[in-house]
Design a protein around this ligand. Sequence first.
Ligand code: PLP
Length: 356
Amino acid sequence: MDKLFKANFYPGPSRLYDEVADYASDAFKKGILSINHRSPVFEDLFRLTKERLFTYLNVPKDYHLVFTSSATECWEIISQSLVEDSSFHLYNGNFGKKWFEYAGKINQNTESAYFSPNTLIRPEDLNVPLDSEWICVTQNETSNGTQVHNETIAAIRKAFPDQFIAVDATSSMAGVDLNFTDADLWFASVQKCFGLPAGLGIMIFSDAVVKKSQSVSESNHYNSFANFIYNEKKNQTHITPNVMGIYLLFRLFDKLESIKEVDKKITERAKHLYSYFQGYSEFQPITQNHHCYSSTVLAFEGEPGFINDLKKAASQHGIILGNGYGDWKNTSFRIANFPAIPDSEVEQLIAFFDQY
Ligand SMILES: *Cc1c(COP(=O)(O)O)cnc(C)c1O
């Protein structure tokens, strides 16, 4: 069967690693897809996947891992089970804003601060309300191609030692070398930088978060945090999990060796792309501050007519560009610079732009 396209730069669901085909076939052949999630085989898979993931990402050994269905579910779990009264959301784009809005539906005292896509967050400028238990940060804002770097998260941590910090790293985890000790809770889903099919969320958190959940003591929902940690202790999940997704994640580390290497490669390739696209007057990065540039998702703004024609022409060449999102839906296109995308496909992208 013919492939639908030659190269896919959609920032999620995104291009998969080629090896996924073999891993998926192995999962089927081995019978993994039919195992019981209370069985020792599953417990081993859970334990080993956590070990490999934490080693790869450099997550502290005493942090916890649970699997959810998506990153969006993580937003809700936090508000539902880990917040007594209020969380404080920093955002500059539509994913951070959506998170804030979901949180507000669960806890009416949810607060937020907007910053512009051109601004680097400085903790001294933040008025975090004293009663806010959490500071919520979107590390990579997929809607506008901006990033909050490790140093900024570390500075927020230092400035606000009494608050928990939650980080949405959905479109950067496994592509950026994150400093996990600087926040209490991190989450992502696998259809972005992990280069795996959608349907699995990852939530990583410290012991302090487990204690916090005990004081909030919420257990009214199928996805209450208490259910996750009760089963995590046994290397199990409370729901019948996405075993295929977990197995693919486990196998991914046959291939991936070092997040430092991946981060370096992605950062260099992003630099190359940003400088290449400087040659175009018809569009420019949504953020005008290069310190805010995302290494994993590039978002460019231009006239809606131009953007529309560009996406169409690319598609006719078998190249999928990401649509704009949220506030930038019609005025931008996005390019995923995820690790699973081979350099050869980035070259095809550039060849297309060269002749456009
Ligand atoms: C994609 C994305 C989400 C939503 O992820 P799902 O797994 O589809 O729920 C949330 N936050 C950010 C920053 C994203 O890029």
